[in-house]
Design a binder for this molecule. Structure first.
Ligand code: SF4
Length: 329
């Protein structure tokens, strides 16, 4: 562990001031990923700004409908919120399949979005990793890559984003609210995380010093008929090999609109817009869901150990739609 200074902020303005846009500073929320990264020597911040006392732990209705989730709302509290369970079941389901009960009691909404990849080479400083040290090389491309990306990857990095919650939020068109040295701004969830390109060390489009204050869910519309399926190596406390968040708006047996987002397949939650469009207007049944799944994975590329994910992702999409289609509209 490297030496670092610690300060606790009581207001958002104080947190921003204490951070000061210093690239060696980090905001500390639940700490469930950052503290591990510091122990491994992957993250070496010189200054931690504890934001756990900021007034950002409420879930409130938005004026035009929808919900504002404070960035310090714990994953367990969000999963148990009656409004989320009723109107955004895909989000509650995704949260309850993430991590463990103990971790969900600590992890925050903002921190969940900012957690870093679980690529084993990223955490092991004995291996080269472009995400840890740009230009060093990627140990996963020709190494053990069973858990790695099949969509949106680059020659620099094939890591995946580990969050379940963020996949559901991508399907729901959530919006991330941030405050920073230059004021407040909104970032659509689908634009919050980045593909690796040639800068895999940069995970998100947050500017230096910006703090997540909330995540907004738009009015529920057909989100009440939504579902999350996670496929993993064991039934709990494991990251997704593949996951699918879907929502279905069908009438008279015909799909009016659909949402599809995938987890465990890319450097960011992967929204499959072309597949959603392909599904609109088709009969709500297995053949249509399979056609949409084929579109969603049409550009997928596997590596030595993870090519199985392509068919697995298609089957996960189909199963998620079949199950949600059984629910009352
Ligand atoms: Fe590092 Fe990304 Fe390669 Fe993993 S996949 S070793 S995180 S560069």
């Amino acid at each position: 562990m490297n030496p670092f200074s610690y300060v606790r902020a009581n207001t958002v303005a104080e947190a921003l001031r204490e951070h000061g846009g210093d690239p060696q500073s980090r905001y500390l929320g639940g700490g469930t990923n950052l503290v591990d990264l510091m122990r491994y020597g992957v993250e070496r911040p010189e200054r931690l700004i504890d934001v756990t006392q900021l007034p950002l732990a409420r879930i409130e209705p938005l004026p035009g409908g929808g919900l504002r989730i404070g960035s310090l709302v714990k994953n367990s509290d969000l999963a148990a919120d009656a409004r989320v369970v009723r109107s955004y079941p895909v989000l509650a389901e995704a949260l309850l399949q993430g991590a463990s009960p103990q971790l969900r009691n600590m992890a925050t909404t903002g921190g969940n979005l900012l957690q870093r990849t679980r690529c084993y080479y990223f955490y092991d400083t004995a291996f080269t990793c472009n995400k840890r040290r740009p230009g060093d090389g990627c140990s996963a491309i020709d190494g053990q890559n069973r858990i790695h990306a099949i969509l949106g990857q680059s020659n620099s990095c094939i890591a995946t984003h580990p969050s379940d919650m963020a996949v559901a939020l991508a399907a729901l068109d959530a919006v991330v609210q941030v405050e920073g040295p230059r004021g407040a701004r909104s970032i659509p969830l689908t634009e919050f995380h980045r593909l690796p390109g040639d800068t895999p060390n940069v995970d998100t489009n947050l500017q230096n010093g910006e703090l997540i204050t909330a995540v907004d869910l738009p009015p529920a519309s057909f989100a009440a008929r939504s579902h999350y399926i996670k496929v993993r190596d064991r039934a709990s406390y494991a990251f997704a090999l593949v996951s699918a968040a879907v929502a279905l708006d069908a009438s008279g047996g015909t799909v009016r609109a659909a949402r599809i987002a995938l987890g465990g397949v890319a450097h960011k939650p992967w929204r499959a817009i072309a597949a959603e469009n392909a599904l609109a207007g088709l009969p709500a049944g297995e053949a249509s869901f399979r056609r949409a799944a084929d579109v969603a994975l049409s550009e997928a590329r596997g590596y030595e150990h993870n090519a199985f994910k392509i068919e697995l992702a298609k089957r996960t999409i189909v199963r998620a739609f079949l199950e949600v289609n059984e629910r009352p509209g």
